[in-house]
Design a binder for this molecule. Structure first.
Ligand SMILES: NC(=O)c1ccc[n+]([C@@H]2O[C@H](COP(=O)([O-])OP(=O)(O)OC[C@H]3O[C@@H](n4cnc5c(N)ncnc54)[C@H](O)[C@@H]3O)[C@@H](O)[C@H]2O)c1
Length: 244
């Protein structure tokens, strides 16, 4: 049956793969992202509804979620994919404003969307699934990336917190935790054959970055009935990086 799936950060690199994967299974996909050319391009895709939304604006989040649910007869799946991932620095150097910005989007924004969507699902009395996009960095530190990684550790705990509270309502909450993903942006930051890419690959037993389509497939699985016995997990899609 076609479900309504809200994907935050849907205009980004992984967002495009998530949109394609849920659309391919026949779901109605609504993407929510910051206004701008990337959202305009994503909105031009057939059968995709695009909503301009800043997830750090809790009032706007509530209004958008209510509208999306009323336009589509409810909301079945939420994918919390929006995130800030390019602000980095060491503990001694990172400006406090940067870690505030990271936590505002990655943690508080994700919380606000989760809260608004869960209220809709609970009021409707229908089962639902939430998939958060975490990162294995939440469990394995890399020098200079700890502010972002700390936000993803918080996402893993938010996943467990929401899972235990929503279970009674038939709402499952899980996360996918990718290692570095081979998005178009990654191919600019770390081109094929570059020293930076080789350094990452050396940490990954399967010697490949995460394919965005494979990360999306894991999210589709966790949101599917085939995963109806799974809640509160954060599933690594990391080529085995957490093993070493
Ligand atoms: N790229 C990687 O290597 C990697 C690895 C592990 C996890 N992740 C996670 O995957 C998710 C997607 O990352 P990506 O690689 O596609 O990056 P991306 O920058 O291409 O996508 C992130 C999207 O989030 C949106 N966004 C940022 N702030 C927002 C806000 N306040 N409100 C609404 N939307 C906002 C951006 O506009 C963008 O479209 C993120 O949560 C990221 O932390 C990425």
């Amino acid at each position: 049956m076609a479900r309504t799936v809200l994907i935050t950060g849907g205009a980004g690199g992984l967002g495009a793969a998530l949109t394609a994967a849920f659309s391919a299974r026949g779901d109605r996909v609504v993407i929510a992202d910051l206004p701008g050319p990337r959202l305009d391009t994503a909105a031009a895709e057939p059968a995709v509804e695009a909503v301009a939304l800043d997830i750090t604006d809790a009032a706007a989040v509530r209004a958008a979620v209510e509208l999306i649910a009323s336009d589509n007869g409810g909301l079945d799946v939420l994918v919390n994919n929006a995130g800030l991932l390019h602000l980095h620095g060491s503990v001694v150097d990172l400006p406090v404003a940067d870690i505030e910005a990271i936590f505002r989007v990655n943690v508080i924004g994700t919380f606000a969307v989760t809260q608004a969507v869960a209220r809709q699902m609970i009021a409707a009395g229908t089962p639902g699934a939430i998939v958060n996009v975490s990162s294995i960095g939440g469990r394995q530190p890399t020098p200079g990336m700890g502010a972002y990684e700390s936000s993803k550790a918080a996402i893993d705990q938010l996943t467990r917190w929401a899972a235990i509270e929503f279970a009674a309502h038939g709402i499952r909450v899980n996360a996918v935790a990718p290692g570095p993903i081979d998005t178009p942006m990654m191919r600019i930051d770390m081109p094929e054959g570059s020293a930076a890419r080789e350094q990452w690959l050396a940490r990954i037993p399967l010697r490949r970055l995460a394919d965005p389509a494979r990360v999306a497939a894991a999210a589709v699985f966790l949101a599917s009935d085939e995963a109806d016995g799974i809640t509160g997990v954060s599933l690594p899609v990391d080529g085995g990086q957490l093993l070493v």
